[in-house]
Design a protein around this ligand. Structure first.
Ligand code: CTP
Length: 364
């Protein structure tokens, strides 16, 4: 049997970026031989093995045949006679189809090295269309490698448009779409993911309401603010900001995880006020800080301030306002004559007055 390093590890090494996962392909072996060598079989749909010591993934060379619609409509043909070239041709992009043998020799039947040098994302063959997720993967790679100067080959944009027109993007599970989207949000150029999906018509399939959104403004904001946070939830909060209906669309179509729903709700409740802090009333400030849980030691307000790149002077002021308002408690003697709702109202009034006093101090 021959073993080759394949996929992202070879690509990233050639690009000079850190290699995270290493995937291997094994040519000329059977399941039985792998098991006899101590590999552990994992994977439901096709045999992938874990190396007995390194636990890295080794897959038998395979050919795919598409049978039906969607991700599950695949069958795989395994045979010890499947060649490396047959395995590589079923992959998505030329830059992902370079193999390296045990001696460090590169095997590159589909021109991946040249495309890497020329910074081109290009699909290998019509088999690209067999997994519609590849449209999203392509745009994620564009976002990830945009700063290296990559562009997408015209014929690859063309096949993406055909995949979109075939209706197959709709068949993707929300989990797979979400997984690609989160990974794209974490790249250097997350706005390119949305721009790319939009360019091939896929964005309006994933988020059907996008035609009403000002995508250019959304992407510009993401470009402007992404440097302030490397968290996917805050970056998504920026992307949907100021555009009515995007948050609802994300929730409806992507089943946002709770962390994202919470973060975006809080962001929407506070971002405009935080940007305009010098000009809003103490009552409004109270309301924003109360919603963010700032009086209960929740630190979200400071994450949002960093995200918005708001200057240290305002942060100091907000810190002081939270401090004075938090010191006002129900058991302070001044509230001894109040109970229930009335007590709540009195505390709130006192907190607003305290916040107002901080403003006065600022202005002196
Ligand atoms: N692959 C593919 N089509 C997919 C998923 C994966 O052709 N839908 C192939 C590609 O050759 C890819 C390899 O399987 O390089 C490994 O896939 P994966 O680990 O998902 O991606 P990587 O390319 O390693 O990229 P990343 O750094 O994002 O993990």
């Amino acid at each position: 049997m021959q073993i080759y390093l394949v996929g992202g590890a070879v690509r990233d090494k050639l690009l000079g970026v850190e290699v995270k996962d290493r995937d291997f392909v094994v040519v000329g072996a059977t399941v039985e031989e792998m098991l006899a060598r101590g590999f552990m079989q994992v994977g439901r749909d096709f045999p992938v093995f874990l190396h007995p010591e390194t636990k890295e993934e080794y897959a038998l060379a395979r050919q795919e045949r598409k049978q039906g619609r969607g991700h599950r409509g695949f069958s795989f043909e395994f045979s010890a006679a499947t060649t490396l070239e047959e395995d590589l041709i079923r992959r998505d992009l030329t830059i992902n189809a370079i193999a390296e043998d045990e001696h460090g020799n590169l095997i590159d039947p589909y021109g991946g090295i040249e495309d890497l040098e020329n910074r081109v994302l290009r699909h290998i063959s019509p088999a690209f269309a067999e997994d519609p997720l590849r449209v999203l993967r392509l745009m994620r790679f564009w976002a990830r490698f945009f700063s290296f100067g990559f562009s997408i080959a015209p014929e690859t944009l063309h096949i993406c448009r055909e995949i979109v027109a075939s209706g197959e993007i709709k068949e993707l599970t929300r989990e797979r779409v979400w997984n690609e989207t989160v990974r794209a949000l974490l790249t250097d150029a997350p706005e390119k993911y949305f721009e790319g999906l939009n360019a091939v018509g896929a964005l309006s399939v994933i988020l059907p309401e996008t035609s009403h959104f000002n995508l250019e403004a959304m992407n510009n904001r993401l470009t402007q603010y992404k440097k302030n946070s490397s968290d996917a939830h805050w970056r998504l909060a920026i992307w949907q900001w100021k555009e009515d209906g995007v948050f609802e669309s994300l929730k409806r179509n992507l089943h946002l995880p709770n962390l994202f729903v919470q973060a975006i709700s809080r962001f929407n409740d506070s971002a405009d006020a935080l940007q305009n802090w010098r000009n809003i009333s103490a009552k409004e400030k109270f309301s924003v800080l109360h919603k963010l849980g700032s009086f209960k030691k929740d630190t979200a307000v400071f994450e949002i301030l960093s995200l918005l790149g708001i200057d240290e002077k305002i942060r100091e002021q907000i810190r002081a306002e939270i401090q004075v308002a938090s010191e006002i408690r129900a058991n302070n003697p001044e509230f001894s004559q109040y109970k229930g709702a009335e007590l709540g109202e009195e505390i709130k009034k006192a907190q607003i007055a305290a916040i107002s006093a901080v403003i006065c101090k600022e202005k002196i």
